[in-house]
Structure formats: C-alpha cells, structure tokens
Write a protein that binds this ligand. Sequence first.
Ligand code: C2E
Ligand code: MG
Ligand code: MG
Ligand code: MG
Length: 280
Amino acid sequence: KAKGGGKNRCLEYNPKMRVGLVNVVAVEADLKRALDNGEFEAFFQPIVNLSDGRLYGFEVLARWNHPERGLVSPGEFIPVAEETGLIVPLGARILEDACETLNLWREEHPSVDELNIAVNISAKQFAEASLVHDVETILSRTGLPPGMLKLEITETVVMGDAVESTNRLNSLKSLGIKLAIDDFGTGYSSMSYLQKFPLDQLKVDLSFVRRMEESPENIEIVRAIINMAHSLRLRVVAEGIETERQRDLLYSLQCDYGQGYLYSKPLPKAEAVELLTILD
Ligand code: C2E
Ligand code: MG
Ligand code: MG
Ligand code: MG
C-alpha cells in the first residue's frame, strides 16, 4: 500500500494521481523536516464582541515559516499534514504553542484571564484515540486554565459519525474546555445531534457572511442560523467580517462575536500581545 494513500486510491492506473503522490511525498518530507526545525508558528486572529468591539479572544491559526518560501498558509500544508497523519504531532505543537503563549500573556496582563483562545482540530486529530489525553497533558504542562481553551471542530467532522462524536465531545468537555462547531452551514447538521452535543459556540462560515450583502434572502439564512443557535443556547461567532455593513447586519441579527479583516488579520505573537495593553 502506498504511503499516505487513502484506501480508495488506485495509483497504478491514474497518471495524474501519481504526480499528486510524488508531490505529497515531497511535501511530507519537507513537513517532517520543518517539524524538527520548529518552523511552525501560532498566529492569533482577534475575535471581538460585536456589541462594543472589545476583544473577546483569539483564533489560533497555524503558519509555516518556510526557510525558502517564507510564510506558508494552512491551505497549502494542512491537507497534506492531514493525509499523512503529520497533523497529529503538528496539531499538538500548535496547541502547546498557543496555550503556552496565552499563559505567558496572563502574567503581564491580568485581564487576559477573561479571554479565550480557539484552536482548530482536524478530522484526523478528532479521530485520534489519544486526543483527550493529549489536550489534558498540554493543559497541565502549560498551566493554562481549561476554561480559557476552546476547540473548533468543523461541522462535517463532527456530524460524520455522530454517535462516536458525542462520546469524544463529552470526554473533551469533561476537561473543562469549551467546544465550538466551525464552518457551520457548509455541511449537513442533524438538529437532534446539535442539541445533544455538549457545545458552547457555533461559527457561521465566512461564505454566508460574504453572501449577506447580495440579497435579503441571504440575510434571512444567517438570521435563521443565529436564532437556531441561540435557541440551543449556543453563542454565535461570525467569521470573515470584512465590511462595516456586514458587521452592522450581524449585530442587528444579534450575532454575539465576530472576526475578520475588518478588525484584524491573523497576527504574529509580538503584534497580538500589543492588543492586550488596551485591556489593562
Ligand atoms: P478556519 O478555522 O475556518 O479559519 C478561518 C480562516 O479564515 C483562516 O484562514 C483566516 O485567516 C481566514 N479569515 C479570517 N478573517 C477573514 C476575512 O475577513 N476574510 C477572509 N477572506 N478570510 C478570513 P487560514 O489561516 O488560511 O486557515 C485556513 C484553515 O486551515 C482554517 O479554517 C482551518 O480549518 C485550518 N487551520 C488553520 N490552522 C490550523 C491548525 O493549527 N490546526 C488545524 N487542524 N487546522 C488549521
Ligand atoms: Mg477555525
Ligand atoms: Mg472557520
Ligand atoms: Mg472556515
């Protein structure tokens, strides 16, 4: 069986896929080297309270500081990391980096205790039996209070095997952390599971935010998502807010939190920490 190949791949018969595999193998080797070299870095994108624009927390987004290519976006390496299983050590590294950083910030800025960080968990990480233990270990090693950590799991992943997901989410929740559904609206959700899962937040996918300005119907879709989430006692975060009009619309729809280029792009630690002085 070809390394990193999924069970449905038939490499021998498809020349295009063979090229794809060569590329995956090359990137995989580069990713391994980069992990050893510590080239991955957590960036922090502010999430704000929509009512007053005050900082509510950060979403942690991985960046690859490549020696030749410069800053590489997750879109280019997360899929390969996911396919090769390297996402597990990489994800643990990012999670630890994030928890350690936030805990460090607490020492300088007491008001950081009111913030939280959201870390993305991919399909393979979520399926990994050791996830709950790994998160617990990182929390105790870094000293970050569990309530300050939120994990984001995409709708598609969490709805994949909903029974299995319920168990996994319950175990994670018992650590005292928060849980959010990411990219909501891009997959199919079972309402009964949305209700059964121990969730805290739902993130409206940026494609819905973008389309809001196109038609009143699209605004109604976002309104329906927000109202449904609230009736399930979930807080709502809108991602990808780029314009004031989008922000005003979301605020009028009673969306709780927002994130997007209107406020800030994802920032390296040194720049993110500057935002904290405003809190003091
Ligand atoms: P996501 O979790 O849905 O993250 C939101 C993405 O939207 C980020 O892209 C962010 O930079 C981008 N974004 C934020 N505001 C705006 C805006 O106003 N306009 C536009 N056009 N985009 C905006 P990014 O950083 O490229 O990450 C892409 C995806 O890669 C993430 O989507 C997440 O699924 C994955 N990812 C990133 N970091 C990690 C990680 O550490 N672990 C795992 N497992 N996945 C990660
Ligand atoms: Mg996310
Ligand atoms: Mg998202
Ligand atoms: Mg998204």
